[in-house]
Write a protein that binds this ligand. Sequence first.
Ligand SMILES: CC(=O)N[C@H](C=O)[C@@H](O)[C@H](O)[C@H](O)COP(=O)(O)O
Length: 238
Amino acid sequence: MKWSKEEILTKIKGQLIVSCQALPSEPLYVEEKSIMYLMARAAKQAGSPCIRTSSVRDVKAIKEETGLPVIGIIKINYDGYDSYITPTMKEVDQLVEADSDIVALDCTLRKRGDGSTINDFLSDIRRKYPDIILMADISTYEEGINAWKCGVDLVGTTLSGYTDYSPHHEGPDLELVSRLSTDLDIPVIAEGKIHYPEQAVQMLDAGAYAVVVGGAITRPLEIASRFISAIEKRNTNE
Ligand SMILES: CC(=O)N[C@H](C=O)[C@@H](O)[C@H](O)[C@H](O)COP(=O)(O)O
């Protein structure tokens, strides 16, 4: 099924998008076959209208399983690039080929190995694929404004806390979500470090168009570690 931008935006407004991702280094990565479609199945059963995922195989498997629109990324490290979320045209081509409904990419202002700026990259993408829906993963207000001026369709706060110069909080960047939601006329997606349902609600109250939650739902190692570190803290204070 091919979703239009309007259909996707209508579906996700005020809703939870579940990020279902496992890299080869993670416990839920299975070499032979994607199993992330099972996470996506659970997310769909719970009522989530859209899934974010990484890699061509997971985009395909999740679309086939759920029939829901998918936000696709490809994580890959290249020499000279600080960005690792859909950093070059090669990954954009692969996601378009895989029928990813939204293509998300790093839109920080960090170094790009080929010497291009993010603005050059975004205009190259638009020239090649005028109609695809682009989500900009950013870490600061300035990067959000820049991506918006470049004509992206959605802005996500995905990378706040993951660049050297953005605030490193334990929880989500409420201020960033709130400022961008006030100043942009495109959907701002609150994403990153949302660990509790109350935080998701807070993001929507602050103006977020939708909320993406990943690790707190789909990364058992992260969830178990959070419990264990709270218990260890308690045990050392005893
Ligand atoms: C920084 C980075 O690489 N973020 C990735 C982007 O897709 C994912 O690993 C996160 O799980 C996703 O952003 C959702 O965030 P959280 O898992 O905190 O709910």
